[in-house]
Design a protein. Sequence first.
Length: 70
Amino acid sequence: MKYGVISALLITVAWALLSIMQLWLPVVSADVYWKLTVTAGILLSVIVLVTLAIREYITDKKLRKDGFID
């Protein structure tokens, strides 16, 4: 779970820095910027969903082991 949070945070920070740079200094073309934005959004969504699913699985497994759920 830690890796998912760290990678999602890194993608978010990198995208924010790119957006600020793009606002003041056109670093890449608008077409490339939108492609990078969509890619970052898709990656972020997948990482967050997988991280949540893994966390739910681990929590459920621990609760079953401890006898709280059947």
